[in-house]
Design a protein around this ligand. Structure first.
Ligand SMILES: Nc1nc2c(ncn2[C@@H]2O[C@H](COP(=O)(O)OP(=O)(O)OP(=O)(O)O)[C@@H](O)[C@H]2O)c(=O)[nH]1
Ligand SMILES: [Mg+2]
Length: 298
């Protein structure tokens, strides 16, 4: 292998909310760096994941689900995703194999057409369907767009993901190794830690609460002699009533959230973690340019 024929390139994971984009990124990397939940609009930022293979490096970009944005935070999210499409060598257009193409997909296909980036159709969640319905679905999509490749997968079980990685390689141009081999993501540990806390809130709350939550890590103090990291994080919410729910009766909810998050952060950092959580009301922060900037959505 010479440096001249090393292959490297960027692969965006694009699709409607909740189709399994972040689950796929984690599956490809074999480690969890992107948070997931059964609620739409979980991911808010672009997250890069580095996948090394013999003779090359593929840089996957997980993106927020593309939807009709209401409000400033959602506009930021959709911009993150749409802006990625024309910046990459290949787009993985992820859809659910147990769903029909709908208006949301149509909108994304128009964006893909305009960008002209090669697109691979990825039918996810095949663990939920019977094989015969897959052919009809592929036909329905193929009528609509000239996909370079079509690959059915289950991001959850890993079924088909090896085939997907094989299908991607021909679309990577010759290029340098952009990131060191042991680097997993471009996101700092603090960001991933904050996201892990937000995931636990998303998973344990309902209605509008998950969408009005942002998490910021205030301190991240490594104590290697004790194999410990001390973390303080603030959960920002939009209303007093949300704070009440997140704290819970006698602090029960926040304790549970803290336990869930700590376990996952310990796995991720590979050390013991002392995690302290605070809840703060910032009225309608998601509508304030200043607050959005402060919370990393700019
Ligand atoms: N059964 C099944 N569920 C899946 C599969 N892939 C993802 N899911 C589930 O689908 C839900 C959404 O997954 P995410 O990875 O968060 O989806 P996403 O596309 O990143 O969502 P947004 O960030 O909101 O756009 C979660 O409950 C996942 O567990 C799959 O292959 N099979
Ligand atoms: Mg996601």
């Amino acid at each position: 292998m010479t440096a001249e024929n090393f292959k490297s390139g960027f692969v965006a994971i694009i699709g409607r909310p909740n189709v399994g984009k972040s689950t796929l990124l984690n599956r490809i990397l074999g480690q969890k760096i992107a948070i997931t939940s059964n609620k739409p609009q979980t991911t808010r930022n672009r997250i890069l994941g580095v996948h090394n293979f013999a003779g090359g490096q593929a840089l996957f970009v997980d993106t927020p689900g593309i939807h009709k944005p209401k409000g400033k935070l959602n506009r930021y999210m959709v911009e993150q995703a749409v802006g990625t499409i024309s910046d990459v060598d290949l787009v993985l257009f992820l859809v659910e194999a147990n769903d029909r193409p709908g208006g949301g997909d149509e909108y994304i296909l128009k964006l893909l057409e305009r960008a002209g980036t090669p697109v691979c159709l990825v039918l996810n969640k095949i663990d939920l369907i019977e094989p015969p319905s897959l052919l009809q679905l592929i036909e329905a999509y193929a009528e609509r767009f000239a996909f370079k490749e079509v690959v059915p997968i289950s991001a959850q079980t890993g079924n088909g993901v090896e085939q997907l990685l094989g299908a991607i390689e021909p679309y990577l141009p010759e290029g340098p190794q952009y990131y060191p081999e042991d680097m997993l993501t471009d996101q700092p540990e603090r960001f991933i830690v904050a996201e892990m806390v937000r995931e636990k809130v998303m998973r344990r709350t309902s209605e509008e609460i998950p969408y009005g939550v942002a998490v910021k890590v205030e301190t991240f103090e490594e104590k290697p002699e004790k194999n410990l990291v001390v973390i303080q994080a603030t959960i920002h919410v939009e209303r007093d009533s949300h704070k009440k729910i997140i704290v819970g009766k006698g602090g029960q909810m926040i304790r549970k959230l803290g336990q869930d998050a700590r376990k996952e952060i310990e796995r991720f950092l590979g050390t013991r973690v002392f995690l302290e959580l605070f809840v703060r009301v910032d009225k309608d922060w998601s509508q304030s340019e200043r607050m959005l900037r402060e919370l990393g959505y700019e």
